[in-house]
Design a protein around this ligand. Structure first.
Ligand code: PGA
Length: 250
């Protein structure tokens, strides 16, 4: 019922030349994919050059962030319509690195998400607790509060367009993955929150990705969980071999 979605978050990696090389390798090894969506999120500078390579392929383009205004005097910012213009279908909002280094808050993440939906971009909204929050037993209330705040004002008929990525901060880039059982428990809590907001049926339609040290070695177990519908992959998305293995999870 929910089509799994594997997305690569390249973060601040890859020149245009390197991006083109990686995409050629991905396309060469991808094969036919019918039962899952594949998205790559390169840096802004590589989006436009990659577009012609991806047209008509099974790989969709996404961006790593977006601003919420449509245009204007916002130096350094990129508008939703500009991402659509270069071929993006998805955009990540609220990644913990944006929250940590660039001042994103639940409120600004919510504005970005609404602006993305308004431009027919599908947002991938990241949520996740810190290590101290997990250790003090607050992980679930922290994450479900982020979900509620980030989704404020999203109409019921658009909620299935939103992808939520549960990314525990302590698992990002550390090699320290959440256990499949812990990830599943949080995904279930997120889906219950969605059900409170939108009803059971609509909640069942929303894809919830896990992110944080997803690797070829752990993807199958994570994807076998009933409420894990995909992966948001950082480090392991930078090499064709590891990303393709993750895309081809069993
Ligand atoms: P990681 O990053 O796979 O390198 O842990 C995931 C992310 O930050 O989206």
């Amino acid at each position: 019922m929910r089509t799994p979605i594997i997305a690569g978050n390249w973060k601040m990696h890859k020149t245009v030349g390197e991006a083109v090389t990686l995409v050629r390798e991905l396309l060469a090894g991808l094969g036919a994919v019918h039962d899952r969506e594949v998205v790559i999120c390169p840096p802004y500078t590589a989006l436009f050059p990659l577009r012609p390579l991806l047209v008509g392929t099974a790989i969709q383009l996404g961006a790593q962030d977006v601003f919420y205004e449509a245009q204007g005097a916002y130096t350094g910012a990129v508008a939703p319509g500009m991402l659509v213009d270069v071929g993006c279908r998805y955009v990540i909002v609220g990644h913990s690195e944006r929250r940590q280094y660039f001042g994103d808050t639940d409120a600004s993440v919510n504005r970005k998400l609404l602006a993305a939906l308004g431009s027919r971009l599908r947002p991938i909204m990241c949520v996740g607790e810190s290590k101290p929050q997990r250790d003090s037993g607050e992980a679930e209330p922290v994450v479900t509060a982020q979900v509620r705040a980030g989704l404020a004002g999203v109409p019921a008929e658009q909620i299935a367009e939103v992808v939520i990525a549960y990314e525990p901060i302590w698992a990002i880039g550390t090699g320290d993955t959440a256990t499949a059982a812990d990830a599943q428990a949080m995904h279930l809590a997120i889906r219950q929150t969605l059900a409170e907001l939108y009803g059971e049926e609509r909640a069942r339609a929303v894809r919830i990705q896990y992110g944080g040290s997803v690797k070829p070695e752990n993807v199958d177990e994570l994807m076998a969980q009933p409420d894990i519908d995909g992966a948001l992959v950082g480090g392991a998305s930078l090499k064709a071999e590891s990303f393709l293995r993750i895309v081809h999870f069993q």
